[in-house]
Design a binder for this molecule. Structure first.
Ligand SMILES: Nc1nc2c(c(CN[C@H]3C=C[C@H](O)[C@@H]3O)cn2[C@@H]2O[C@H](COP(=O)(O)O)[C@@H](O)[C@H]2O)c(=O)[nH]1
Length: 374
């Protein structure tokens, strides 16, 4: 696909970002032939009724799935949950006619966010565009759009990028067109996850899409030594300075992340003895990133890492009243977490392996070791 090849080209010509093949080998080696299979919606925050409204929700969600900063309290989960609750309250909230009318303040109100959203007016504009195009070409229905792709992930990415300018995530780098398509691809993966690969989520070529070039996964890869930045770029990132959209630095970070995940996926497939998809690797990296970013970015400082980890672990143990969810069990006894030098962590609890945890809320999700891991 064009995303994979054009990003490879950027990685080969990059000036600010480097991919370290040895670190990729090391991470694949440490996974020891198994890798946590992160479940879609592991946080239980999405709307999912198994029907066309879920496709409508996903398209709205992914139209807005970007830039949750500089508001330090706003995260992806607020968007996913806010839109879900809005649908619970009014199942017609995402009808194409309604989408065409949203203003920034109305979107904020819909999400029950107490202050202005980042890029609020642009977000509302994207919603209106979504409603207009859906009404004009797809009888107002995201499900109809999905059906037009004939169970092809690539076809759906192309349909989405072709019809909705707001999803057209491509740019020009050193005179060459580069395709990233983060949100168009995430939409496909979300459908695949929500419908468990069936019905509106059935795609015969799901392995064709790449990871979704956001700002969480590169931070994880950098903390593991897979990505490294030139001194000037490293300084900007470390000082949280804005990297200009479309700049060589930004394109290199995104394209090198995609290319590095492709290499990691290939290594993991060999080690695991079966095909690993970029979506699986993405969900694994992204979930470790959002749950562990503070640790991950500081993983060079192992002692600080261990201390933070220990504090988190203690708070988890103290906080035994975990909300019971599917695949979630209370922690009654503890097993010390294994800390890998790369900053990743896996913990075992009897026959369960902690596949994901949420530092902010001191909760964790435990999945049976058998069947869910490979
Ligand atoms: N690579 C990648 N990036 C992803 C997601 C998702 C959510 N996907 C859902 C689907 C399956 C899972 O169960 C997830 O719940 C969001 N993002 C990006 O992260 C950033 C948000 O960060 P913070 O500001 O800390 O909330 C922002 O750029 C957002 O666009 C993903 O899956 N992969």
């Amino acid at each position: 696909m064009e995303v994979r090849t054009s990003c490879r080209w950027v990685a080969d010509h990059a000036s600010y970002v480097n991919i370290d093949a040895k670190s990729i080998d090391k991470v694949a080696e440490e996974m020891n032939g198994s890798m946590p299979a992160v479940e879609w919606d592991f946080e239980r925050i999405h709307f999912c009724d198994g029907g066309p409204l879920t496709a409508q929700y996903m398209l709205v969600l992914d139209a807005l799935n970007f830039c949750f900063w500089p508001d330090e309290e706003l995260h992806y989960e607020h968007l996913a949950r806010g839109l879900r609750d809005a649908l619970f309250a009014d199942s017609k909230a995402f009808d194409a006619e309604r989408l065409q009318k949203y203003t920034g303040p109305e979107l904020r109100q819909l999400l029950k966010w107490p202050r202005r959203l980042p890029l609020e007016d642009e977000r509302a504009r994207l919603l209106r565009e979504l409603g207009f195009v859906l009404a004009k070409h797809f009888e107002g229905s995201a499900a109809k759009l999905v059906e037009k792709a004939n169970k092809s992930a690539i076809e759906l990415v192309e349909l989405v990028a072709g019809h909705f300018p707001g999803f057209r995530d491509h740019t020009v780098y050193k005179g060459k067109q580069v395709f990233i398509y983060k949100r168009a691809q995430i939409f496909v993966a979300d459908l695949w996850g929500a419908f468990k690969g069936k019905g509106l989520g059935e795609f015969n070529d799901i392995s064709s899409i790449t990871m979704f070039a956001d700002y969480v996964v590169p931070a994880v890869l950098r903390s593991w030594g897979i990505l490294s930045y030139s001194a000037c770029l490293a300084e900007k990132v470390d000082k949280s300075e804005t990297i200009v959209p479309g700049s060589e630095e930004e394109v290199e970070i995104r394209a090198c992340t995609i290319t590095a995940v492709e290499s990691l996926k290939e290594k993991l497939s060999k080690k695991c003895g079966q095909d690993v998809t970029s979506v699986q690797v993405d969900w694994w990296l992204w979930s470790s990133g959002i749950q562990n970013l503070e640790l991950a970015t500081d993983s060079a400082d192992l002692s600080r890492f261990s201390k933070l980890y220990e504090e988190w672990w203690q708070s988890l143990v103290v906080n035994i009243g975990l909300t019971p969810r599917r695949n979630t069990v209370s922690v009654k006894a503890q097993t010390k977490p294994a800390i890998f030098p790369t900053g990743r962590s896996l913990m075992a609890y009897n026959d369960y392996l902690v596949s994901s945890f949420e530092m902010r809320r001191s909760t964790c999700i435990l999945q049976p070791k058998t069947g869910k891991f490979w």
